[in-house]
Design a protein. Structure first.
Lengths: 196, 544
């Protein structure tokens, strides 16, 4: 489970339904809708729904520095301390956890501890995780902002790793109808985002 | 009953309904609605019963009105696939006719449905075994009549029940009535369920008939069952032309014509009520044996004299005489005749030999047909009633079950006269005297309602006149739904069969009447005649 190459950060805040992780490297967050996995007693699967980069001290806002620079990269080159004064956090919604060899599509009994390592999930993880689609219901009822965008980004990631992409998307469509009862417009718009 | 689960003929589940209106079944998203058709049978797997039901309607539904108002983008394969699997669905409405008891689904366990299956009961297309359970297999009581419209399985008619009551075969001209009648008559002969007396107006049943295209001939009963069938003829010349030797040449004496026969002929001879009724007075005046001949030989002055004597309008009498003289051109009429023909028919019937009476050249003479059929049947009726009464004392005297086939039945059973004629009496109550009718007609609306409602089993080929359809459907529950079936039958070889001999109404594609059918009915070609000789010997000398 531990794959050092895929490690990108650590949990810095956790609740029952979601957790916030901080990247080891500035701006090195997984993309919106990525599947990530924590360590801890209940290794938890999460989907990235929000990414924030800000100063390490929230009371001190960054000030502009590039008025005399010719490019944005030059700003960071001339101010190497910025890598340490800024941080990138990403927010994830919990949608399942690992127990033994099985993936359980419920919320974990306890949230991941602070400083649990966080890693990005690779192709095999995605295939295993998407063998069942119950996570769609948890995701849809999580109340996260920009839900449609997050779902479509996540489904796009999963669909790319499927052998029978069309059949997978049809099944996703069905789950979406169950999750948003009777709302065919929403299902249609999410699937169209996935395909575009 | 869970052995049905996962069978490929699963179509959906019960979602509602009532016993009056029918049961609604939501089709599974994998079921192709186009493969189901109105009239097809399904089996609903209830908790303790299986229900045998018929599809009467198919409707399309959407789970959300917005799908109809603002349809999704169908160019997107995935979206349209999801919508068609989940957003829209089809519901079939079925009428449960029968319940099949539990695992012991034999024909004894088949009962009329008096309840409905529970919610979400699984539903399957009826399989061959289901049809066999409901309609019976190929045994001595059941005769293979054809197959359902949508499945290659055999539908059998319960002949035991069929011959118990009077029956009707209806259909527009050219829809296969004759063909169906011939097949059923052959069935009755083959299974020996009753003895037939066929008044064969067009000479279609006895020796040979035309096939459906009218271009060739098919074998009649005599060719198929040789010594079990006797051919009676009204017209020797016609038989000779066809190279057929009749077993008996029927003659009718003027002395045998009764006033009742004249009343029957009222419409055909275009007589007024007064004129027709005058025949009763004449019979009383001259005596039954002599009235016809004496009356028709009167001249003008004698006629006026007679009118005064018996107190009947002389113009009515004169019309009656002119019309009755028309009958004299029938060559089968002779001055004096005893009941030989009827005796001979009854002797054959007693021996279990079926009688077909061919009318030869009189095939277009309704008057001849009605006169002879009525006259002979009346005499048979008298003998049968007497013998049945004797049988109450001595059971061995019980007369054989007799089925009398008449064509153009609306001319015998019109509302005005059916109560007075012998056919009306037979249709109403002769079941008790072991005589039933097989009515063949193309205009059922012309038959008395009372008679129609007494018919046990009705076989209807295509009918499209509303009055005719209503007449056939009189007294049938759920007739509205069956009406659609009747008017949607093919114009050839299809019939809706319902009533006493069928556990439930069913549209049937009638089996072919060809070489294969001849063989299955027991025909062995003449050049391999050992078998036939054997059979003839058995018929003559008994089986020992």
């Amino acid at each position: 489970m531990e794959n050092k190459d895929n490690r990108i950060g650590e949990v810095v805040e956790a609740t029952t339904t979601s957790f916030i992780s901080q990247c080891y490297k500035l701006y090195n967050s997984p993309h919106l809708g990525s599947l990530i996995k924590t360590g801890g007693p209940y290794p938890t699967y999460g989907i990235v729904y929000n990414i924030i980069t800000q100063g390490i001290d929230p009371s001190r806002k960054p000030v502009v520095r590039g008025i005399n620079s010719s490019s944005e990269e030059e700003v960071y080159r001339l101010n190497p301390q910025l890598e340490h004064l800024l941080r990138t956090d990403f927010y994830s919604v919990s949608i399942g956890y690992i127990q033994g060899d099985n993936i359980i599509y419920h919320l974990p009994p306890a949230p991941p501890p602070i400083y649990s390592f966080v890693q990005k999930c690779d192709g095999l993880d995605l295939i295993n995780f998407s063998s069942r689609l119950e996570f769609i219901k948890i995701l849809c009822s999580s109340g996260i902002p920009a839900l449609d965008e997050v779902i479509s980004a996540f489904i796009r990631n999963l669909a790319d790793s499927q052998q029978d992409k069309e059949n997978f998307l049809i099944n996703v469509g069905k789950e979406l109808i169950y999750a948003f009862p009777g709302d065919f417009r929403k299902m249609e718009s999410i699937l169209q985002k996935v395909l575009s | 009953m869970s052995d049905y689960i996962n069978q490929s003929n699963y179509i959906g589940r019960v979602i509602g309904g009532s016993i009056n209106r029918g049961i609604d079944i939501r089709l599974d998203s994998n079921t192709n609605v186009e493969e189901l058709a109105v009239g097809r049978f399904v089996v609903i797997d209830g908790i303790t019963h299986k229900f045998f039901a018929q599809i009467t309607d198919i409707t399309l539904h959407a789970s959300n009105q917005s799908l109809i108002d603002l349809p999704p983008d169908f160019s997107n394969q995935i979206v349209s696939s999801v919508v068609s699997k989940i957003g829209v669905f089809s519901v079939i409405e079925v009428v449960p006719y029968l319940t099949l008891d539990g695992a012991l689904a034999t024909s004894e366990g088949v009962k009329p449905a008096k309840t409905v299956p529970p919610h979400f009961a699984r539903t399957y297309l009826a399989s061959e075994e289901d049809y066999q359970t409901v309609f019976g297999g190929n045994d001595n009581d059941h005769f293979w009549l054809g197959s359902p419209l949508d499945l290659e399985t055999n539908i059998h008619l319960n002949l035991d029940r069929f011959v118990e009551r009077s029956n009707g075969i209806f259909g527009k001209s050219g829809t296969g009535k004759t063909f169906l009648t011939r097949l059923i008559l052959a069935g009755i002969v083959q299974k020996q369920k009753a003895v037939n007396l066929v008044f064969d107006m067009q000479s279609e049943y006895g020796w040979a008939g035309y096939n459906e295209t009218g271009s060739g001939s098919v074998k009649g009963l005599k060719q198929l069952f040789s010594s079990n069938v006797a051919l009676f003829s009204m017209d020797e010349e016609h038989s000779k032309r066809r190279n057929v030797t009749p077993d008996y040449l029927v003659k009718v004496g003027y002395n045998q014509i009764e006033p009742e026969d004249i009343v029957m002929l009222r419409d055909t001879l275009n007589l007024s009520d007064v004129a027709a009724d005058a025949s009763y007075t004449l019979a009383l005046h001259y005596g039954q044996d002599r009235w016809f001949k004496t009356f028709t030989s009167l001249d003008g002055s004698q006629l006026r004299e007679l009118a005064q004597t018996i107190g009947v309008n002389d113009r009515a009498l004169s019309t009656l005489r002119t019309r009755l003289m028309r009958l004299e051109r029938f060559h089968f009429l002779t001055d004096q005749e005893s009941d030989h023909a009827v005796d001979s028919i009854l002797q054959h019937i007693d021996k279990g030999i079926h009688v077909v009476l061919e009318f030869g050249r009189y095939q277009h003479e309704f008057a001849a047909y009605i006169l002879v059929a009525n006259l002979i049947t009346r005499r048979i009726h008298q003998r049968y009633s007497r013998r049945k009464e004797e049988a109450m004392v001595d059971e061995s005297a019980e007369p054989k079950q007799l089925v009398i086939t008449i064509e153009e039945a609306h001319r015998f059973l019109t509302p005005g006269i059916s109560s007075q004629t012998i056919f009306g009496t037979i249709a109403r109550e002769m079941r008790k005297y072991n005589v039933t009718l097989l009515i063949v007609d193309q205009r059922p609306s012309g038959i008395d309602d009372e008679i129609m409602s007494q018919l046990g089993t009705k076989l209807s080929c295509l009918l499209d006149n509303d009055n005719d359809v209503s007449a056939v459907m009189s007294g049938v529950s759920g007739s509205n739904k069956l009406r659609t079936v009747i008017s949607k039958l093919d114009s050839k070889q299809q019939a809706l069969i319902f009533g006493h001999a069928m556990p439930m109404p069913i549209a049937v594609k009638i089996r072919n009447y060809d070489e294969e059918a001849y063989r299955s009915l027991g025909l062995i070609e003449r050049n391999g005649s050992d078998y036939e000789l054997d059979r003839d010997a058995k018929d003559l000398f008994g089986s020992h």
